[in-house]
Design a protein around this ligand. Structure first.
Ligand SMILES: [Cu+2]
Length: 176
């Protein structure tokens, strides 16, 4: 009996369980250090099992439109559909994006143009055209410094339809 308890204790110590609990408590000051954004979503009713959905089956929005995290935190973009995640530097507004700079699809290919404005762009995600037909994915972006960052979908018709939002990165509250 005593031998069994001792073995279990050894296993727990080896996994480092106690330090993990202690660390998460020290970071819990009320401001999230990560946030999740739904980057496009599938409308219902829909059956993706057998058919590649048409563009009209997707809701081209960021949900929520604005999230707040602490500096050093992350945003988990959960991407559903043919979208291209881009983050632009602190203070960029949607009107600053030059929508005349485009990557056009090859002749005869029925795909939308992609915005290609590198000005103040600090992150660009995977080219969704290369991912067809399996578009749904996650991209996690790290934000080191405070600021208000514009996030857009660089698929031209989506951006023009209002698929953008903001990440507010607040100064770190905890001391470590
Ligand atoms: Cu999009």
């Amino acid at each position: 009996m005593l031998k069994k308890v001792g073995a279990a204790g050894t296993v727990a110590a080896g996994l480092g369980l106690a330090p993990v609990v202690s660390r998460s408590a020290s970071l819990n000051d009320g401001t999230p250090t990560s946030a999740t954004v739904s980057f496009g979503s599938w409308k219902t009713p829909l059956d993706k099992f057998t058919t590649l959905p048409p563009p009209s089956a997707n809701h081209h929005r960021l949900t929520p439109m604005t999230v707040s995290i602490e500096a050093g935190g992350t945003v988990n973009f959960i991407i559903s559909g043919l979208h291209l995640v881009e983050v632009h530097a602190d203070g960029t507004q949607p009107g600053d994006i030059n929508t005349s700079l485009l990557i056009l699809p090859p002749p005869g290919v029925m795909l939308p143009p992609l915005i290609n404005d590198p000005h103040r762009r600090i992150y660009r995600g995977l080219d969704p055209r290369a991912l067809l037909p399996t578009l749904d994915r996650v991209e996690v972006v790290h934000f080191a410094n405070p600021g208000t960052y514009l996030v857009i979908c660089a698929v031209l018709p989506h951006f023009l339809d209002g698929q953008f939002g903001f990440v507010r990165v607040l100064p770190t509250q905890h001391g470590d």
